[in-house]
Design a protein around this ligand. Structure first.
Ligand code: MEV
Length: 440
């Protein structure tokens, strides 16, 4: 993308204008634009090949988060989500981070873990040594199961084994096959390899292999993002009250401290991160349940569930945020291949590899976290939520077209964001307009 993602006033445009801007920036064809607009998206025949018992389709909005600068590259981020304020929050936080140079990211190679559970092993500790001694044979066999991944320089990398001394059924051996799945999420590849290794593992250990399945705690497939937000960019006014930047930095660090120390807050804090993460995972056709499972297991890796991100003050008084989490996403295979939308989304993001995608997703998670913490630690979350929430209530009450904004504005003015009040306002407007027409 050569044009800046800093699209000032983007939110004020019509959906057609926004689509035209995105199409222009990302070089979308007419067909790709039609897919984005929903006119040529997933059809029921294709859907019927994706899952079982298909009897319908489901659709969600695609919002475009603006202002993202990631490793010096401008990125427009398509987000699929039903919750108001998330896209606005990500765009706003990306603008704050942009003032400090944007987001920097890194990631590990895309290595997944395939687990084999070995039961009834006569001597688990010796069996472990024997397995490790035959590692080359196991890796060779694993590499025969997916020659395509191997030809792309992926494939089996390592074998690890652990003895679990105590479990509800006694001791057992757990074998991990470490497998680089390149640009695929890799669940099928890893599961196939784990199943193929099971007979050899049984032969070596003298045990019985029961489970052969990948682990969603993908702690060898991590993505990282960090940003520095200059304190002065955090200064703002709300309801006639000024929040000074240095004060906002301290408050954000204090707000983060609760998530670091308390699982009740950490769950909500991490949910805010996942608002951003899942929306991009979903837009790119990836398995968001796998990402959720990995994220929360990683957040509890010390034995105590805690915050996935960290927020600190630099010696200069600026705010610095870091986020590291498992990110098992692919740019090939799975729904990315059959659903028409993910291909368009990947084009807008300008990514080819799974690692590039993973890094963008983590940057969006960090931005989302910053937006939530800034609001929570200053004016409160409801203020920003109110107008968007009011719009949804206005639509639910039956408002259409311009009415939506008018009814929503009145609900916000009255600080009464309720369906019954929206219905009252609407019916009053309808009867006023009928009276006017009667008097004309
Ligand atoms: C709401 O979807 C997400 C937040 O609760 C996140 C947070 O509390 O940090 C606002």
């Amino acid at each position: 993308m050569t044009q800046s993602s800093r699209l000032s006033g983007f939110y004020k445009h019509s959906t057609d204008e926004r689509l035209a801007t995105v199409a222009d920036v990302a070089g979308l064809t007419d067909e790709e634009q039609a897919i984005l607009r929903g006119a040529a998206g997933l059809d029921i025949e294709t859907a019927d090949h994706m899952i079982e018992n298909v009897a319908g389709l489901h659709s969600l909005p695609v919002g475009i988060a603006t202002n993202f600068l990631i490793n010096g590259r401008d990125v427009l981020v398509p987000m699929v989500i039903e919750e108001p304020s998330v896209v606005a929050g990500a765009s706003f936080a990306a603008r704050l981070a942009r003032a400090g140079g944007g987001f920097s990211t890194s990631s590990t190679p895309p290595e997944m873990i395939g687990q084999m559970q070995v039961l009834d092993v006569p001597n688990p500790h010796i069996a472990r040594f024997e397995l490790l001694a035959r590692k080359d044979r196991l890796l060779d066999l694993a590499n025969q199961t997916d020659p395509v991944v191997v030809s792309l320089h992926g494939g089996a990398r390592d074998v690890e084994a652990r003895v679990i001394e105590e479990s509800p059924v006694g001791p057992m051996l757990v074998v991990h096959l470490i497998y680089d799945t390149r640009d695929a999420m890799g669940a099928n590849t890893v599961n196939t390899a784990a199943e193929a290794l099971a007979p050899l593992v049984e032969e070596i250990t003298g045990g019985r292999v029961l489970l052969r399945i990948l682990s969603n705690l993908a702690n060898r497939r991590l993505a990282r993002a960090w940003c520095v937000v200059p304190a002065d960019t955090l200064t703002f006014e709300s309801d006639g009250r000024t929040f000074e930047g240095h004060q906002v930095v301290d408050r954000i660090v204090e707000a983060y401290a609760l998530a670091a120390a308390d699982p009740y807050r950490a769950a909500t804090h991490n949910k805010g991160i996942m608002n951003g993460v899942d929306a991009v995972v979903l837009a790119t056709g990836n398995d968001w349940r796998a990402i959720e499972a990995g994220a929360h297991a990683y957040a509890a890796r010390s034995g105590r569930y805690t915050s996935l991100s960290q927020w600190e003050k630099t010696p200069d008084g600026d705010l610095v945020g870091t986020l590291e989490m498992p990110m098992a996403v692919g740019t090939v295979g799975g729904a990315t291949r059959v659903h028409p939308l993910p291909k368009v989304v990947l084009k807008i993001l300008g990514v080819q590899t799974a690692r590039e995608l993973a890094e963008i997703i983590v940057a969006v998670g960090l931005a989302q976290n910053l937006a939530a913490l800034r609001a929570l630690a200053t004016e409160g979350i409801q203020r920003g939520h109110m107008s968007l929430h009011a719009r949804q209530i206005a639509i639910a009450a039956g408002a259409t077209g311009d009415e939506i904004e008018r009814v929503a504005a009145q609900l916000v003015r009255e600080r009464t964001i309720r369906l019954d009040r929206a219905q009252e306002i609407l019916s009053r407007r309808v009867s006023e307009s009928a009276n006017r027409q009667g008097n004309e």
